[in-house]
Design a protein around this ligand. Sequence first.
Ligand SMILES: [Mg+2]
Length: 252
Amino acid sequence: MTGTVICDLDGVVYRGDVGIPGAGEALRRLEDDGWRILFCTNNSTRTKQAVARRIGELSGYPATAGQVVGSAEAASTLLAPERPPTYVLGGDGIREALATAGIPEVPDATRAGAVVVGLATDCDYPMLAAAAGAVRRGARLVATNTDPTYPAADGLRPGAGAIVAAVETAAERRAEVAGKPYEPIRRLLRERVGDGAVWVVGDREDTDLELARAEGWKAALVLTGATTSADELTAEADLVLDSLADLPAHIG
Ligand SMILES: [Mg+2]
């Protein structure tokens, strides 16, 4: 029996700008075997088209934007009913998601009815001050995700969670979180999975494994990203694999 494979990206398909060996071949084989492939990322820095292109360039698997489900899109669903003017502390993925949902972005935080915070590699003190100030004045605070780190080629770097924590601390208010493992992105995924089994493949226990656990889906943890040794695991994964390349042999 086949079904849907929900594949994380950073630390699974690639790490920084380097593809994980065998990842693209594994995705092709799974698809040839009848599995529907979705990509689910908490990284909100890129547009869906840019994410799909990056998967293709780094793995060789011809991903499409339609296969990508991201924390930016999940964040936009929280604001879509009211469409408040929104200040963005984050990247192009958030801007694209807001525009798609018809939510106006405002560069002037004093006019913001909401603040969306994600991974912002250009984050500086004035941006933190603007975001926190808006929240103090009553703006809604939405975080794309709270991953403390993300895996780059040279090691773990501060993730969106580190920036969200700075805004939360300065504003003295907790954020609503949209990405893995929280409900907004799970709702998007539930709408996309087909019949049959659902496997979540990821490199983080607190996001990927927790997402699978919350939905009753199967979880495969790979050791090519944030988790590098099975000894670090505290939760139960259905499979622990050296890399995505090993998945077809186990669920085929
Ligand atoms: Mg990851």
